[in-house]
Design a protein around this ligand. Structure first.
Ligand SMILES: *Cc1c(COP(=O)(O)O)cnc(C)c1O
Length: 422
């Protein structure tokens, strides 16, 4: 398709977009009376209009049934979270039994490390990407300290090459082979939050398992964004938050995946609580832990139903649309955004450098050479919600659920004005 940087062409793409009606399923903030161009679905997804009803339902049941809501609500609370397993399994390419929804992301990664990071004298090293998301870095450091190991000896970071902005799969594989039988765990962000790179999870997982390590993925920026086949890729475990591309609200519940080979295994250590016991006998309040046969065995506390309700609302939309349709639109809208950027670049005396490699999802990270923070401020003041990362990068993630091609065109025009105004 030959793109054009015109309003009419953008509108033509919108007219052909099967997902276009979903834009109206979301609330858009307004700036100066107009709906914003929202590029931060990679940070906090917009609120779906239907979410309110899911929350209201819980509030009503609580109001009218009180404690009886655990068993007699239309969607009883005691197993409310189980409703999420099936639709979520489709989003990440897993079996429903391999999925649970609980806690928040970093908490879950810690809990999964309890099970899957069990250093021995010989095999104790952890491999991650350099400059991992800060929370992940703190998690690694504190886990290593907890095991009384030395951080600089234990945590191995995969570097980008000098002068390059992305990681090469061959360098990841070389590092895995180099660390070899000292490698206990590979845990990487499946889609990097900074440059938007999609890691070759299938290949890296295979290599790490061959080296005898456990493999987990932090899927915060991957879930609802790219195609995932966690089970078929033989991934050991993964976790993700639900408030980015999954649109389930600030700080909301996290999802976990644990490969079915680890279910019903008494030899795997785990921090346990009453929501991980078999629900049939849970309320007999017996002293011995009788684990659920699914990933729910990792649940500790009773489920935060009010927080999970928006996640269920959002998953209903993923069910309706399916990842394939989202990915199809994603590819087109991101390519169109890239085209618009290149066209504007030709028109102004500035230079953008897209640092996101070809293996990408929804996000383009753009280096604004010669521009500074004032341009970012101009964008925000004019209704373009994006985010700024030092030294001079804006991240643009046009979520296919609710962003339009017209948004991309209008963004280009605002960007041009902001640069020419200097
Ligand atoms: C967003 C994000 C997190 C956030 O963790 P929380 O525990 O939900 O605050 C963690 N890791 C990565 C890679 C992220 O992108």
């Amino acid at each position: 398709m030959k793109f054009q940087n015109t309003l009419s062409f953008a509108r033509e793409l919108d007219a052909q977009d099967a997902l276009a009606p979903y834009r109206n399923e979301f609330y858009f903030p307004k700036v100066k009376g107009s709906e914003v161009i929202y590029f931060t679905g990679n940070s906090l997804g917009l609120q779906p209009k239907r979410t309110q009803a899911y929350v209201d339902e819980i509030m009503k049941d609580w109001r009218e049934l009180a404690v009886e809501g655990h068993f007699y609500a239309d969607k009883p609370w005691w197993d409310y979270h189980e409703r999420l397993a099936e639709p979520l399994a489709k989003v990440v390419g897993a079996k429903p039994a391999e999925i649970s929804v609980m806690n928040t992301l970093t908490v879950n990664l810690h809990l999964l490390m309890v099970s899957f990071y069990r250093p021995t004298k010989k095999r104790y090293k952890i491999l991650c990407e350099e400059k991992a998301f800060p929370s992940d870095q703190y998690m690694f450091q504190s886990q290593i300290k907890f095991h009384k190991l030395d951080i600089s000896d234990t945590l191995i970071e995969i570097k980008k090459r000098e002068g390059e902005n992305f990681w090469r799969t061959e360098d990841v594989l070389a590092k895995i082979n180099e660390v070899g039988d000292e490698l206990a765990l590979v845990l990487i962000g499946g889609v990097n939050y900074y440059n938007g790179q999609v890691f070759d999870m299938k290949t890296i997982t295979r290599a790490a398992k061959k080296a005898g390590a456990f493999v987990g993925w932090d899927l915060a920026h991957a879930v609802g964004n790219i195609e995932l086949q966690l089970h078929d890729w033989d991934v050991d475990f993964a976790a993700w938050c639900s408030y980015k591309y999954m649109n389930s609200g600030p700080g909301n519940a996290s999802g976990i995946y644990i490969h079915e080979r680890y279910l019903n295994r008494r030899d795997i250590p785990r921090f346990e609580g009453w929501w991980g016991t078999k629900k049939e006998t849970r309320f007999l309040m017996q002293p011995q832990f009788d684990p659920m046969e699914t990933a729910d065995a990792w649940q500790i506390s009773c489920a935060p139903v009010l927080a999970i309700a928006p996640f269920l609302a959002s998953l209903e939309m993923f069910e309706e649309v399916g990842m394939q349709a989202l990915i199809k639109k994603r590819n087109l809208i991101v390519s169109y955004l890239e085209f618009v950027l290149e066209e504007i670049d030709k028109e102004v005396d500035s230079s953008f450098e897209i640092i996101t490699p070809e293996d990408r999802g929804t996000q383009l990270s753009v280096f604004l050479h010669g521009e500074g923070r004032p341009l970012f401020d101009y964008l925000m003041e004019n209704g373009v919600i994006t985010d700024w990362r030092e030294p001079n990068v804006i991240r643009l993630a046009p979520a296919p659920f609710y962003c339009s091609y017209e948004d991309m065109y209008r963004f280009g025009q605002i960007l041009k004005k902001g640069i020419l105004k200097k």
